[in-house]
Design a protein around this ligand. Structure first.
Ligand SMILES: Cc1ncc(COP(=O)(O)O)c(C=O)c1O
Length: 408
């Protein structure tokens, strides 16, 4: 394939220049390559639960196939799944959506992407609290919007405050993206913190809110999860509440995400989807109906396992000189600081200049794959996903310690 044709026109679309490959998937790929080449690499980069999809959900998929539910469905979700989503929103979030306010896509990522592509005009601003999930800024830029990054500092558990939010709002602000519990930090907004953000938002009726609640069910120590439209019903009309089955039900490969929001947005997203992916897999949709309507009994034991791992990883990391790690409220990530190790020298004589050098050092020296904080808009940190076995995590932390102790 040629990079340009005879008229010197580039082959690839210039719009691709606005984005870069997902850094988290890049780390996972690099770790997999090293593994395939025979290296004993431990990958702590992936953002998916290591638990299998529960059997009742798999059975629902088999049954759907046997019943012949193997054809195209309505573009943005089957009536049965939309009904199950409405029931979920009402039962768990106290939000009353009708089925024409619901959209279903191929994962939460697809739903967020469609929502931004369907609503952003050039120069519209989107407020993204950092540390952020890697895809938000790129999705915004791909849709010709402008990301406005607002830093959440470690001193405030990586969360933004009401005054931080208010300072970032301009007449061009279209969306605020909230993600609680957060990828990459695991931090979650308390009902009181959401209340204070809601009070600011009430003053600016032109700002819409995209609430990415995908880690809603992965919370610990009795944390009370709330979503913003529940906290302030006056914001319901301008909130797009996004969720999915990937994280809570260990269904990352099934590719089902959904959202509830203004009819106008839902309709526009449906049109976009009708000209791109069409419906998400009919079988995955049937399985998701069971995920939402069926037993939720496995969520608690899964969280008990995650909590045990979180506690172990936080403890082991804090025992390493130069590393400092907060204990987050949810998700399956920790976001430790490696600032204490910047400027140190590796045994091979190179200097760790930043978090990217540090992550590269861990991959090469400790054979542990983590993601550098700068990928999430936070220099001096790194993300560890602890969605893997206790034994692997213990080994990984021991290797990280050994590698850090070698820095001089
Ligand atoms: C914050 C956040 N939002 C959305 C998603 C999308 O998940 P999926 O597309 O699997 O539903 C992820 C996945 O990593 C995530 O971390």
């Amino acid at each position: 394939m040629m990079a340009s044709n005879q008229n010197n026109q580039p082959f690839l679309a210039t719009r691709l220049k606005r984005i870069k490959p997902s850094p988290t998937l890049a780390v996972t790929t690099k770790a997999a390559e090293l593994k395939a080449a025979g290296h004993d690499v431990i990958g702590l980069g992936a953002g998916e639960p290591d638990f299998d999809t529960p059997d009742n959900i798999k059975e629902a998929a088999y049954a759907a196939m046997k019943k012949g539910e193997t054809k195209y469905t309505a573009v943005d979700g089957t009536p049965a799944l939309k009904k199950a989503i409405c029931a979920k929103f009402e039962r768990e979030n106290n939000l009353k959506y009708t089925t024409d306010q619901i959209t279903v896509g191929c994962g939460g990522k697809h739903v967020l992407f469609n929502a931004l592509l369907a609503s952003l005009n050039p120069d519209d601003e989107v407020i993204i609290p950092a540390p952020y999930w890697v895809s938000y800024p790129d999705m915004v830029m791909f849709a010709e919007g402008t990301p406005v990054v607002v830093q959440g500092y470690e001193e405030n558990n990586f969360k933004i405050t009401a005054s931080d939010l208010e300072a970032a709002i301009t007449p061009k602000t279209k969306w605020l993206i909230l993600n609680s519990p957060s990828n990459p930090t695991g931090s979650a907004y308390t009902p009181e913190e959401l209340r204070s953000l809601a009070d600011v938002l009430l003053k600016y009726p032109h700002v819409y809110i995209m609430s990415d609640d995908i880690y809603e069910h992965v919370i610990y120590d009795g944390f009370e999860f709330k979503t913003i439209a529940e906290i302030e019903p006056k914001l319901f009309e301008r909130t797009f509440t996004v969720n999915g089955v990937s994280k809570a039900y260990s269904m990352t490969g099934w590719r089902i995400g959904y959202g509830g929001g203004p009819k106008e947005l839902i309709k526009a997203m449906c049109m976009l989807q009708s000209q791109s992916t069409s419906n998400p897999s009919s079988i995955s949709q049937a399985a998701s109906v069971e995920a939402l309507n069926g037993t939720q009994d496995f969520i608690e034991p899964n969280n008990t396992t995650f909590k045990r791992r979180r506690d172990m990883v936080v403890k082991m990391l804090n025992e390493i000189k130069g590393i400092k790690c907060l204990k987050p409220e949810g998700a399956f990530y920790v976001f430790p600081s490696c600032k204490g190790l910047i400027g140190k020298k590796t045994p091979k004589g190179s200097i760790i200049k930043n978090d990217t050098d540090f992550a590269t050092y861990l991959l090469e020296e400790a054979l542990v794959a983590v993601v550098q904080g700068s990928a999430f808009g936070a220099e001096g940190y790194f993300r560890i996903s602890y969605a893997t076995s206790d034994a692997i995590l213990e080994k990984a932390c021991a290797r990280i310690k050994e590698a850090c102790d070698k820095l001089a």
